[in-house]
Design a protein around this ligand. Structure first.
Ligand SMILES: Cc1cc2nc3c(=O)[nH]c(=O)nc-3n(C[C@H](O)[C@H](O)[C@H](O)COP(=O)(O)OP(=O)(O)OC[C@H]3O[C@@H](n4cnc5c(N)ncnc54)[C@H](O)[C@@H]3O)c2cc1C
Length: 462
């Protein structure tokens, strides 16, 4: 099989991109450097391995992440059906057993007759008819330098942290209780309750703990949506209690009362042998994590399966570089070839957002090779609004502080509704309905390949 499309990086975005293009009749070579060369955060050679949280966030379509997933399924996501198979109980969220999920994705992608997985680090952008770069936040240096040269100056970065995981057998169940906030779901979270005094002592311990030194010397920009717990502790006495430690909708069965604060633990695998500390991404030194987190009621004897850690997270100044199809605008790459950038690297933030970018880049790389017009979901959809944010085609002036920063999916990215003012809940429902309607029409008119066309394309590409 000779590849027409080269996809570099077999993470969330690269796996979706390779699948989309292959399903559209294109022969794909998917380059993934693991396990030959590992990143500081991944632990296996599996494709689409999640590096930290095991959650793909909300399932309800009236949440931004729920709508994003609904749209991705309709656009032909390869990963979401696998996520359903590898799901673990997580109430309103879709969370997966990571080793099961990534092993199933690897099997699915590598098993596609038009995809060849090549285990090799790519150090320079290859000269091929179509290339997708989806090497993620931990892109290696050689490729990183080449990407920087595309923008003509340095590309951007911030720091992102991972939360620790504990062995389920070492959690004291006589202290922790199973319940989801507001009793939504079936009590899938374990809650370590704290009274006010315990909370204050815990905050003090966090603030005085020693941090791991960073290798880089640049200023440390943190991603506001995923702040380390010690950073939150430093922002104010109550910040944690109103954030990841909020006790609302929870009742400690031992007291019949709402605790002052809780640390929530989420099941990380289908067997229920590992639990992650939700929202507890951290940069504390490993021995300090053990010391401080063991002061949490119920975790006094916890064994840590993995400690939290912090990494540099690379992304591009995409509004200057990319179209909403995620194709690079530069003339150098518009000479009969096409270069796309997908995933975290293009400035979306999060697992599902990265995968969604992969779907759009993969489909458009295939369309380019097949002489078809670009097709990007409309701005009224969650996927379309996110890609317009990234490419600067929607609200070029609204980047916080004038600087492009990565973005999660959210309803604020969508164009405002016309007509009368509505309450927040009604506004969201109206945006969801509008998104569904626009996506439906887009899929019918532009996205779906008719069977006839697909057969034609496959016949041409052999
Ligand atoms: C420390 C950290 C914690 C994070 N925690 C979360 C979280 O809890 N929740 C969340 O939603 N998001 C989190 N993120 C963001 C997360 O990385 C993205 O959401 C998602 O993994 C990005 O998908 P991707 O496909 O762009 O990159 P990745 O999934 O990282 O995939 C990129 C792939 O490219 C490969 N690669 C890199 N360079 C090369 C090369 N030169 N040649 C060949 N292959 C290469 C890598 O091995 C990797 O498999 C975190 C990021 C970091 C750095």
């Amino acid at each position: 099989m000779s590849a027409e499309l080269i996809v570099i990086g077999g993470g969330l975005a690269g796996s979706e991109a390779a699948w989309q293009a292959a399903e559209r009749g294109v022969n794909v070579a998917l380059y993934e450097m693991r396990p030959v060369r590992m990143t500081p955060a991944h632990r296996t050679g599996n494709l689409a391995e999640l590096v930290c949280s095991t959650s793909f966030k909300g399932k309800s379509p009236t949440t931004a992440h729920g709508l994003l997933k609904e749209e991705m399924r309709r656009l032909g996501s390869a990963l979401l059906p696998v996520a359903d198979e590898a799901a673990v109980p997580a109430g309103e969220a879709l969370a997966v057993d990571v080793p099961v999920f990534s092993a199933l994705v690897t099997e699915k992608i590598a098993g596609h007759p038009r995809i060849t997985v090549v285990r090799e680090e790519v150090t320079a952008i290859p000269d091929a008819p179509a290339v997708i770069i989806s090497t993620g936040p931990l892109t290696t240096e050689g490729l990183s330098r080449q990407l920087a040269s595309l923008t003509g100056d340095d590309h951007l970065y911030f720091y992102d942290a991972i939360a620790p995981t504990v062995d389920a057998e070492t959690i004291d169940r006589s202290v922790c209780f199973a319940q989801s906030r507001y009793d939504k779901g079936e009590g899938e979270y374990l809650n370590c309750p704290m009274d006010e005094e315990e909370y204050r002592a815990f905050r003090e311990a966090l603030l005085s703990a020693e941090l791991a030194p960073m290798k880089d010397f640049e200023p440390m920009y943190l991603f506001e949506g995923c702040l380390p717990i010690e950073e939150l502790a430093g922002r104010g006495e109550q910040t944690m209690a109103y954030g990841p430690m909020k006790p609302v909708g929870l009742v400690d069965p031992r007291t019949g009362q709402q605790p002052f604060a809780v640390v929530q633990l989420r099941q990380e695998n289908q067997e229920g042998t590992r639990y992650g500390l939700v929202g507890f991404q951290t940069r504390l030194k490993y021995p300090e994590q053990k010391r401080v987190f063991r002061t949490i009621p119920g975790l006094e004897n916890a064994e840590f399966v993995r400690y939290g850690q912090m990494h540099r997270n690379t992304y591009l100044d995409s509004p200057r570089l990319l179209q909403s199809s995620l194709r690079v605008r530069s003339e150098k790459w518009n000479d009969g070839r096409a270069l796309f950038v997908a995933g975290q690297l293009c400035g979306v933030e999060g697992y599902m957002e990265s995968a969604a970018a992969g779907i759009v880049a993969g489909a458009n790389a295939a369309r380019f090779l097949q002489g078809l017009q670009e097709a990007v979901p409309p701005a009224e959809t969650m996927v379309g609004s996110l890609l317009r944010y990234v490419s600067g085609e929607a609200h070029p002036t609204t980047y916080p502080g004038g600087k492009f920063v990565p973005m999660n999916s959210n309803f604020g990215l969508m164009p405002p509704l016309e007509g009368k003012k509505r309450k927040k809940a009604d506004r969201i429902l109206a945006k969801v309905e509008r998104a569904r309607d626009h996506l439906h029409r887009f899929i019918e008119a532009e996205w779906a390949l008719t069977e006839e066309r697909l057969e034609e394309v496959i016949a041409i590409s052999g």
